[in-house]
Design a protein around this ligand. Sequence first.
Ligand code: ZN
Length: 369
Amino acid sequence: MPAVTWESQAVDGGARAGVLHTPHGPVKTPAFMPVGTRAAVKAVDVDDLEAISAEIILSNTYHLMLRPGADLIDQLGGLHGFMGWDGPILTDSGGYQIFSLGPDITEEGASFKSIYDGARVNLTPEESVSVQERLGPDIAMVLDVCVGLPAPRQTVEAEMRRTLRWAERCLKAHTRPDQELFGIVQGGVDAELRAESAAATAALDFAGFGIGGLSVGESAEERNLALDAAIAQLPSHKPRYVMGLGDTEGLLEAIGRGADMFDCVLPTRLARHGKALSSTGDFNINTLGNESDQTPIDPDCSCSTCGKHSKAYLRHLIRMKELSAYRLLSIHNLHYTLSLIAAARAAIEAGHFDVFLTGVMSARADGSP
Ligand SMILES: [Zn+2]
C-alpha cells in the first residue's frame, strides 16, 4: 500500500471530489496548498494556517537545501518537527526555481548559482530525491525541466523527454517508505506533447502526478488545452496536481477539468502588495474611497480579518507598512482561496459545479468594490 493514496468521493462532469490519505492525515480534494517557501508561509504562522483550515502546505526544496540545509532540518525532526506543523506537507523538487535562474542543464542534472552566496550548486534527480527524503514531507516531487514559454517545439519536446528520463531516475533513487513521489507532466502548451508526457509518466509507478510548466506566461486557453490533453492520459484513481496555479478563474477551470491539488504564492504575495481577493472581484486596498469605508474586505468572508477589521483600517495599515497588515491581508487572501476550493468541492458533491462556476464568475464580473 503506498503511503499516499487518493480516494474518489464524487464526480460531477469532469470535476471530482475526494480525499488524499497521507501519513500526516487526510486532505479533502480539491485542495489548495499555501506556499511556505522557506519553511514558513509568509506573514502567517502555523496557528493561523490551522485557523483558516489549511490541510496541507507546500515547501521549497531549492531554498531549504541552500538555507538552512537538508541535514539540519533532518536532525531537527524533518520539516514537520522543524516548523511545528503536524499536517501533511508536499515539497517541490526545486525544478521551477532553478530553471528561473537560467541553469546549465546536462543529462546528469542542473548546475546553477546559489542566490544566497553565488556558490555553484549541482542538483541531480537523485540528489533532489535525497534532499526531499531528509526534509521528510509526505509527498516529494521529481526533478523536472521547466521550460519558459513561448519556446520552440523542439526545445519543449527535448526537455519533456529529459523530464521523463529524470523521473525514472528519481523513482529508482527513492527509498523512504513513509513518503510518496509524484511524477511531473511537462510538454508546454502543445497538446500532443502533453499527452505523450502524461501517458509515459502515468506508466511509471508514481502515487500521483504534477502537471508542471504552466502559469509561465501562457494564455488561459493554452493552459486549459494543455490540462485537457494531460488529464485525459492520467489514471482516474490517482491525484492530479496543477503546479503554481492559484487565481480564482484558473483554479475553477482546472477543477472543472479534473484537477485535485494546487499551490500558488499569489494569495500571500498579493497581500503584501495590499491587494485583496474578493468574491466581488479582487481590488487594491489603497483604492480611493476605502479611506473611510467601515465595511470588511469581503462581506461574504468568515475570516478573522473580515470579522474584526474594516477596509479603512487595513488601508491605513498597508499605507503605514505596519507589519500586522501583511498578516491580516494574508489570512484573508488564503481564507478566500481555501473557502473557494471548499465551496467548489461542496458544489461537486451536490452535482451542480457548473452552476457554481457561473455564479462565482458573474459575481466577480459584476462586483464593483
Ligand atoms: Zn476575509
